[in-house]
Design a protein around this ligand. Sequence first.
Ligand SMILES: CC(C)(COP(=O)(O)OP(=O)(O)OC[C@H]1O[C@@H](n2cnc3c(N)ncnc32)[C@H](O)[C@@H]1OP(=O)(O)O)[C@@H](O)C(=O)NCCC(=O)NCCS
Length: 170
Amino acid sequence: MAILIRPVVEDDLEKVGQLYSKVYTSKDFDKFTPAVSIEYIAWIYRRCPELAFVAVDGQKIVGGYLAAIKPWFNGPHVVDGEIFVDNDYRRQGIGLRLTQTLLLQAKEKFGASEVEALAFTDEVGPEFSSVRWHEKNGRHIIKELVLVEGSIEETLVIIDQRIKRTSTQS
Ligand SMILES: CC(C)(COP(=O)(O)OP(=O)(O)OC[C@H]1O[C@@H](n2cnc3c(N)ncnc32)[C@H](O)[C@@H]1OP(=O)(O)O)[C@@H](O)C(=O)NCCC(=O)NCCS
């Protein structure tokens, strides 16, 4: 059966979330449960419903790409996207078709000029590594930027200590 790319509708969110959970569950990682994934996908979708597409094989959702738009100094950027294709349907061009559809829509509807993405490097292993895929599609790695994340609990403890130290110094 031919694979179609179409916009996401509210009724799809549960199935799209279930697919996201399936894609991001491996033998070593099972934190994106269906419930968490459905909530996450619904959040992305509701931020920008115009930039949300699925690939369908008949009634079955086999891929998705959902993203948002941010205003930036050189024009609107497509940001915070999630693209994922069912393992059984990979390497058939579905990811490319989802990307093409979403970026054309972003350009036409929002005048978007650039697309940004967070991608796992090869260090994560072949299952989740996607940086090469982005590179093949003309994206560039910005070596000057790194992802910084931390526990709020730990950050608050450290910040508290640093504030106290600063105030005793002045
Ligand atoms: C990345 C992903 C969306 C690609 O979807 P896909 O439908 O398999 O990709 P396509 O078939 O459209 O890709 C076509 C081209 O990309 C290549 N490609 C596909 N997945 C790749 C990967 N993970 N790394 C490197 N190249 C990849 C194909 O070989 C093909 O290139 P070629 O024409 O030179 O042979 C899919 O592998 C996926 O869902 N991965 C897990 C989730 C993920 O990593 N998402 C991205 C997070 S930023």
